[in-house]
Design a protein around this ligand. Structure first.
Ligand SMILES: N=c1c2ncn([C@@H]3O[C@H](COP(=O)(O)OP(=O)(O)OP(=O)(O)O)[C@@H](O)[C@H]3O)c2ncn1[C@@H]1O[C@H](COP(=O)(O)O)[C@@H](O)[C@H]1O
Length: 117
């Protein structure tokens, strides 16, 4: 077991959040913040597509590597939007025990109601 505190994702988030306002010459993350939310969103999209391609090719090493890239850029996106991983964990926890199919059916029923069907 690792003796480091928190999950790897929590530590990554703490690192990237601490880079806000940092020197863009010294830190890739600080440079991303200065480029703004549209650029950060674009990077998340790119990394997600690269991960999807790796998955379609069933390339295990690439899936792991692209997943790490995606989680890094996603952490930057969260920090830039003042969202903490705890907020995501809370959302996941709220969904625990609810079947994805039941949730989808409830959403579809809601949509039909709103459309007056
Ligand atoms: N986990 C990561 C991490 N994963 C990927 N990357 C960087 O993300 C970039 C993604 O690759 P791309 O080819 O898409 O980058 P690019 O060509 O510069 O992209 P564009 O900006 O030009 O679109 C690479 O430069 C990687 O080095 C990361 N950079 C930083 N971290 C973590 O963040 C910490 C802080 O890093 P700095 O902010 O650089 O100090 C590090 O210690 C790491 O823990």
């Amino acid at each position: 077991m690792s003796e480091k505190e928190g999950t790897g994702l929590d530590r990554l988030y703490a690192t990237v959040a601490a880079r806000r306002g940092g020197d863009p010459e010294q830190s890739y993350t600080a440079r991303l913040y200065t480029k703004g939310s549209a650029k950060i969103a674009q990077k998340v999209g790119e990394e997600a597509v690269e991960l999807a391609i790796a998955a379609a090719l069933e390339d295990r090493d690439e899936i792991i590597s692209e997943s790490a890239d995606l989680l890094y850029h996603l952490s930057v996106l969260w920090a830039n939007a003042d969202i903490d991983p705890a907020d995501i964990y809370a959302k996941l926890e709220a969904r625990e025990g609810q079947s994805g199919l039941a949730e989808k059916a409830a959403r579809n029923n809601e949509g039909e109601k709103n459309n007056g069907v």
